[in-house]
Design a protein around this ligand. Structure first.
Ligand code: F3S
Length: 423
């Protein structure tokens, strides 16, 4: 791999042991992928303070766990300060609501200590899977090093910035070197569409965008779809749900919507003037199949728990939810958790949305989600969600039955305790 003088200096240890280990990791990782060089990045989204490792932090010390999990290093190095803007993605513990989550006090304390430790070393505690909703909004062609599949696909396809789906170790190394291997989606020639998916009806609401994404992910796997026939300009919420679903049922990290995706003003530009490898469609049959696939785990219509906010809710979604719950009470047999980044929660607090949701009997959660934390209301057997991603993962990770449907279906389930949704 070709390294610049500055990169060689880091690798040789002239800037300390941590940077030397980070550069060793990046060179090893880059060479395994066939990268010929590194590229500078000033935008890292990764994970440092995460609850599953909190016990380790206490028992082994922060530096030991940081060295192993953020640098893949057997040698214990002192945790350095970041050199580029780096944010913490979602973690497992809600600062305010850890008791409701069921997190032991010690776990909450450990999480807070770890956040303070890494905060002092420069990690911005955004604590969300949607950094682009709370201030980390890279510009077109900006090289990033992001983890979290739903954020990666949004970064590439909607913002036109460039990232692969990185890991905890590579983002750790990127945050203290400002480098990441130049391969995959960093290279313009690797970003063109390979498949075309024609939409046969006006996909417009959030549920349909989730179903569409779920179908596309299953159909193209890790390839790059071009979405044709979109009749309504999709909002942030819809693109967020589409990408999260496509990255769950498949491994979609990039897609093109002509006129929406920054580097795809036209179909020809999206395809680099080539013919797509395959032409697929999303019509009534595909929509129904995606819906049925997402609801295979669910049988009982009495719902114990409704989860909203996967990926984390935007302020628009908080407003929508508050509007649907205003003046109502959720069923005593069910619980409702609404997940949003803590920065958005502050706006929801000031706008009165949190109060409306809490007066109805719901809880506004931040910093976490059930799929990451594995914490749900005690005794939950049946859940409901408006997120294709959450419906994909929750049954597999926790064994609960999960209904997928529209936001309206989910609010109805919260109010009645029954699942009445359907296509
Ligand atoms: Fe975010 Fe958890 Fe969903 S990390 S994308 S809310 S599974």
């Amino acid at each position: 791999m070709q390294l610049t003088d500055a990169e060689k200096a880091m690798l040789d240890g002239r800037e300390g042991r941590a940077k030397a280990k980070a550069m060793e990791l990046l060179v090893r990782y880059g060479e395994a992928l066939g990268a010929e060089r590194l590229v500078e990045t000033k935008n890292v989204a990764g994970t440092w303070a995460v609850s599953p490792f909190m016990k380790d932090f206490v028992a082994r010390g922060m530096d030991a766990v940081y060295s192993e999990f953020n640098l893949d290093s057997d040698e214990v190095v002192e945790t350095p300060h970041t050199v580029v803007s780096s944010c913490q993605l979602i973690a497992g513990v809600d600062h305010r609501n850890w008791r409701i989550q069921g997190v032991p006090e010690e776990g909450a304390r450990n999480q807070a200590n770890a956040e303070a430790y890494f905060g002092r070393r420069g990690i911005q505690q955004l604590a969300t899977c949607t950094p682009y909703q709370v201030g980390n909004v890279p510009v077109r062609d900006e090289h990033c090093a992001w983890m979290e599949s739903s954020a990666v696909v949004y970064c590439n396809a909607v913002l036109g910035a460039r990232t692969n789906t990185e890991g905890r170790e590579s983002t750790g190394a990127a945050s203290i070197t400002g480098r990441i291997p130049y391969w995959g989606f960093h290279r313009p020639e690797c970003r063109f569409a390979t498949h075309e998916v024609e939409v046969e009806f006006p996909v417009d609401d959030m549920m349909d965008w989730g179903l569409f994404g779920y179908h596309v992910g299953e159909a193209v796997g890790e390839d790059i779809p071009l979405l044709a026939g979109i009749r309504h300009t999709p909002s942030l919420i819809k693109l967020k749900h589409f990408g999260a679903a496509a990255a769950s049922s498949g491994g979609v990290e990039m897609y093109h919507i002509p006129g929406i995706t920054p580097e795809a003003p036209t179909t020809e530009a999206a395809l680099d003037g080539k013919t797509p490898r395959e032409r697929l469609k999303f019509g009534d049959a595909e929509r129904r199949r995606a819906y049925e696939n997402l609801n295979t785990s669910a049988r009982d219509r009495d719902v114990d728990f409704i989860m909203l906010g996967c990926p984390h809710n935007s302020i628009e979604q908080m407003w929508l939810i508050a509007g649907l719950l205003d003046g109502k009470k959720i069923s005593p047999n069910t619980q409702l958790w609404v997940h949003t980044p803590s920065a958005i929660r502050q706006v929801a607090d000031r706008s009165g949305y949190t109060r409306i949701i809490e007066d109805a009997g719901g809880v506004v959660m931040s910093d976490t989600c059930p799929a990451i934390s594995r914490f749900m209301p005690k005794g939950t057997r049946v859940t409901a969600t408006d997120s294709a991603k959450q419906a994909h993962y929750l049954p597999a990770l926790t064994g609960v039955q999960t209904w997928f449907g529209s936001l309206g279906d989910c609010i109805d389930a919260a109010l009645t305790g029954r699942w009445n949704g359907g296509l």
